[in-house]
Design a binder for this molecule. Structure first.
Ligand code: GCO
Length: 439
């Protein structure tokens, strides 16, 4: 096995809407994912997160699962509509109480909480007012963040503002695959700007409570399809539109220029001073890594390509190429941008997960996936990248957004009929891996 620093943090990750259920309980308001998943045709399987893994009620069992797994840390997200049901205004103490119990339970089990404040479940009331197309949503987010940190900041050191703003803006407001299901380039980019502004406004408020703040970005490593300069240019443009669209402004570099031009974005929503707010210094950054993308320029014919890159041969159940080494250049980039505390906040895979007659899943494919990704991260650490921890996505099978429950990413199988949790082979493997890594 690969070598890791002695203080490396081993963890697992989940998100509120994907596991909690209890959508109508204890004063929780409606979120855009409730509305979206109940809209016919939006979720492949017609399913929703009403019950999900019923984690809201079963969290003590889930803490016990993590405790037996032996993880150092747990990354979860806080549901904004549980805390501020209407998005602005009245705070729901019962919502705060839930996370209070969760956090105390984790700490009692010796597990460090790493919460994310926004994993896509925007209060529907804010969406009715324009959602992320409305600048006021960014201000509302900073107020909500402060409320949560006021209550939990005495016990939690490390906070993340947003999870994958690429998804919540471009999938939600440009492509329409995610809630709220709007489309249009302008919508997507304006939503992205207000999400980044939300991050920038919340960051100093979290830090004012003596806590660390950061953001979680998803990035694919973009690989030019060949040695042709046009393929290289196309890959660079894709990279600007995906990872760098968020990383660059957060890092004080502004929006990547070629991408702004290619989109034809008028930047009318960007007010003087916004880019400084967005570039608020952060204490840490999270990378969610799943795959690479091979990018070809439309202007090049196959005959003109030399040094053609081989197509990947291995894919997960999501259809994503398995490419562990792709994480290395992304981590090196974060190092080169000056980040000194980097976390892999998500990495993992969906597989067919065939179960035996006792519901046991011998997921050697997932084990091999994780083993190779751990090895790649260890190599990046050898290259001087300050990676501080790794959170496997996910602790347990859960609601995979537009795919409903049809894709399983868990180390633990969830039987959605009975809510039984059945650890897979990968759970035992990860437990042993963590033990040996520490030894
Ligand atoms: C994400 C996600 C998760 C997904 C996972 C697999 O995209 O942030 O945080 O919610 O379930 O990535 O698609």
């Amino acid at each position: 096995m690969s070598a890791f620093p002695a203080d490396f943090i081993w963890g697992v990750a989940t998100a509120s809407y994907q596991i909690e259920g209890a959508v109508d309980e204890a004063g929780r308001g409606e979120s855009i994912w409730d509305r979206f998943s109940h809209t016919p045709g939006k979720i492949l399987t017609g399913e929703n997160g009403d019950v999900a893994c019923d984690h809201y009620h079963r969290y003590p069992d889930d803490i016990e699962l993590m405790s037996r797994l032996g993880v150092d840390a747990y990354r979860f997200s806080i549901a904004w509509p549980r805390i501020v049901p209407e998005g602005v205004g009245g705070v729901n103490q019962a919502g705060l109480d839930f996370y209070d119990r969760l956090v105390d339970g984790l700490l009692a089990a010796g597990i460090t909480p790493y919460p994310t404040l926004y994993h896509w479940d925007l209060p529907q009331a804010l969406e009715d007012d324009g959602g992320w197309l409305n600048r006021r949503t960014a201000e509302a987010f900073a107020d909500y963040a402060e409320v949560v940190v006021d209550r939990l900041g005495d016990r939690i050191e490390n906070w993340m503002t947003l999870n994958e703003p690429w998804c919540s803006s471009l999938l939600g407001y440009m492509a329409g695959f995610h809630a709220p299901g709007l489309t249009g380039v302008e919508n997507g980019l304006n939503a992205a700007h207000h999400l980044l502004l939300a991050h920038g406004l919340a960051t100093p408020r979290i830090q004012a409570a003596g806590c660390n703040a950061g953001i979680v970005l998803n990035m694919d490593h973009m690989v030019p399809a060949s040695g042709h300069p046009a393929d290289h240019a196309a890959a660079d443009l894709e990279d600007q539109k995906f990872g760098r669209w968020f990383l660059d402004p957060v890092s004080g570099r502004g929006y990547p220029r070629d991408a702004v031009e290619d989109y034809g974005w008028d930047m009318a929503v960007v007010r003087p001073g916004d880019l400084d707010l967005i570039a608020a210094p952060i204490d840490q950054i999270g990378l969610n890594y799943y795959s690479i993308r091979i990018v070809r320029s439309d202007s090049v014919t196959e005959a003109d390509r030399t040094e053609v890159v081989a197509e990947p041969t291995e894919y997960t159940e999501m259809g994503w190429a398995v490419a562990p080494a792709g994480i290395i250049p992304l981590l090196e980039r974060l190092r080169d941008y000056g980040y000194e505390r980097i976390y892999i906040t998500e990495s993992g895979a969906a597989y067919p997960d065939v179960q035996d007659d006792r519901s046991y899943v011998d997921d050697q494919d997932r084990i091999s996936y994780l083993d190779r990704h751990f090895e790649a991260v260890s190599e990046a650490i050898d290259h001087g990248v300050p990676v501080k921890g790794y959170f496997v996505w996910s602790l347990m099978d859960n609601f995979e957004w537009g795919f409903g429950y049809s894709k399983r990413f868990g180390l633990v199988r969830v039987d959605y009929e009975t809510q039984a949790r059945i650890p897979k082979a990968s759970y035992a493997w990860y437990r042993d891996y963590i033990r040996s890594a520490r030894a």
